[in-house]
Design a protein around this ligand. Structure first.
Ligand code: AHG
Ligand code: MN
Ligand code: MN
Length: 335
């Protein structure tokens, strides 16, 4: 082990400040987000004892039933982010509208977008869930605090990350200078750097898609999956494995670890909503992380990060992972 191994999150961020000029305010905000993730992780682990794994009687703006822990995770995220003096607005999957924390937003302030608990249908099953977040920095002062003001393309993100609540709790972040993964250590209470410089291998033999939706798939998706299934004798000339956790954070973590491609395309059933996954707090942050790790992220024919948002809870197709596979799928979309 060298002194570079197992840096605490703070030590790592201070090293990044020296290396690439990460601002102190962003470091402090990320520490608050890391605290929120530690608390959420703890609350999930005690869920079976205190009866919070199940559903509430409420639905969110997406019309989805909220789990008790969706609400708890949302509250924790809001509480900890609101501490940052630079945080101007919060956008959450679980909230209908933007929460403004200031009377007027200044150049340099942050907008934070988050999915407090992704994959929450897995909670009772004790299968991995996660939190996803994205940070945008205001380029100019803002006096008109409307929902429209936070509709900013993913290319403007200065930071994205997720926490994965699995057998251990991970925190994976990018500030636009590569992707680094940390693991929560129980004894110290700290996130320690355990997966420096995470990369997505360019080629893969593994894909992830909810195959029960195949009757709704478009031609490009059908063709890609058929060719994977054809294996060694098919046009791809190799055998493919398939995985579906139904928890995007776990799928992205797998892809950052051993490569692969994750697909939740727009299909004939979800087309009226624009797809299944949400742009601002699911697709954009995961897109930035995957690109920063050397992979690609597409809505099916074009880059996720270049989509100009028109709605807070807008959805889109998501195809991300190993560059060769995403390029091939994009090519099928263009044909
Ligand atoms: P959320 O729990 O925030 O609503 O999102 C769950 C998402 C994502 O994690 C996963 O990839 C997908 O929904 C699972 O979809 P299926 O239920 O179609 O498998
Ligand atoms: Mn989600
Ligand atoms: Mn969610």
């Amino acid at each position: 082990m060298t002194t570079e191994d197992h840096l605490t999150f703070r030590q790592f961020m201070l090293r990044e400040q020296d290396r690439v000029g990460t601002s102190s305010d962003l470091i402090l905000l990320l520490e608050d987000i890391a605290t929120a993730c530690r608390v959420i992780s703890h609350k999930i682990r005690e869920g079976a004892f205190v009866g919070t794994l199940g559903a509430t009687d409420d639905t969110n703006v997406q019309g989805e039933t909220q789990k008790e822990l969706d609400v708890i995770a949302n509250d924790e995220f809001m509480r900890h982010c609101a501490n940052s003096p630079r945080c101007a607005a919060l956008v959450s999957e679980e909230l209908d509208n933007v929460v403004w924390l200031k009377k007027e937003a200044k150049k340099g302030d942050y907008f934070i977008y988050f999915d407090p608990l992704d994959g929450s249908s897995n909670l009772e099953l004790n299968i991995s869930v996660g939190s996803i977040f994205s940070i945008v920095e205001l380029q100019e002062d803002l006096t008109d605090l409307t929902d429209e003001a936070v509709l900013i393309a993913g290319t403007e993100q200065i930071c994205a990350g997720y926490s994965l609540y699995g057998p251990s709790t991970s925190l994976v972040i990018t500030t636009g200078h590569g992707v680094n993964g940390f693991t929560h250590q129980m004894g110290s209470g700290e996130f320690l750097l355990t997966f420096p410089d995470m990369t997505v291998p360019a080629s893969t033999q593994e894909y992830a898609i909810n195959a029960s939706r195949q009757n709704f798939w478009d031609a490009a998706t059908k063709r890609y999956v058929d060719e994977c299934l054809a294996g060694k004798d098919g046009p791809r000339g190799k055998k493919f494995n398939m995985r579906w956790v139904a928890s995007m954070v776990a799928e992205v973590h797998r892809i950052l670890t051993r490569g692969g491609v994750f697909m939740y395309p727009m299909d004939s059933e979800n087309a009226s909503m624009g797809g299944r996954l949400r742009l601002l707090y699911e697709a954009n942050p995961m897109g930035m992380i995957i690109e920063q790790a050397g992979g690609k992220a597409s809505i099916g024919g074009s880059r996720i990060l270049e989509v100009a948002p028109t709605d807070l809870h807008q959805r889109c197709g998501v195809i991300l992972g190993s560059a060769e596979e995403v390029d091939l799928i994009d090519q099928y979309y263009s044909e």
